[in-house]
Design a protein. Structure first.
Length: 188
């Protein structure tokens, strides 16, 4: 009996440990971009699997393009797929090529939201206030799923690779997320 209850406690602790990162509060002073990027990637793959699509493989070049654009958006404090005044990195395709992507055919999702602020209720959204990384990832996915063009990127059969980046503007407490997609490059 003692052995069984020990196993039950150990199992409960393991389950709790697996759930803790998803419930970690967002601290603006020590923002964990890697955790949020991982949670977003998991949710994107879940959406793809629910539509009978393969999970996306991580791609270093797409990741660089996503990081670059997430930094740009946070610096500018705006949401756009374009980097005004920068011909070399103007659009998603330009950014991928800038980082060495040859033969890539890109798509891009971008979104932003505030942290620790009451959000406006919209149809299909279940997050009222983003206080944890899990809530943030869920809100980004909801934004993309409820936008026809972004949803198309999420479930596009041809897309097999992606890079995801997030950036927090600590002054405005807004998180910017960028996901860049591509099929297998035509040339390497």
């Amino acid at each position: 009996m003692r052995k069984i209850s020990g196993l039950i406690v150990a199992g409960c602790l393991l389950l709790l440990a697996l759930r803790l990162p998803a419930q970690t509060p967002i601290d603006v002073q020590s923002f964990d971009a890697t955790l949020l990027q991982t949670l977003i990637a998991e949710k994107v793959d879940s959406v793809r699997q629910s539509h009978k699509k393969q999970p996306l493989a991580a791609d270093a070049i797409l990741q660089q393009a996503a990081v670059d654009h997430a930094l740009y958006l946070a610096k500018k404090g705006m949401l756009s797929h374009f980097q005004e005044g920068n011909k070399k990195k103007y659009d998603p395709q330009d950014r991928v090529e800038f980082f060495g992507g040859i033969g890539y055919q890109t798509g891009e999702n971008a979104a932003e939201h505030p942290v620790q602020v009451l959000l406006v209720q919209k149809k299909g959204y279940t997050v009222n206030r983003v206080e944890t990384y899990e809530q943030s990832a869920l809100l980004f996915i909801q934004q993309w799923v409820h936008s026809p063009m972004h949803f198309k990127n999420l479930v596009k059969e041809e897309f097999s690779r992606s890079g995801i980046a997030v950036n927090l503007d600590p002054k405005t407490k807004r998180i910017y997320a960028v996901q860049v997609f591509s099929p297998e490059p035509l040339a390497q």
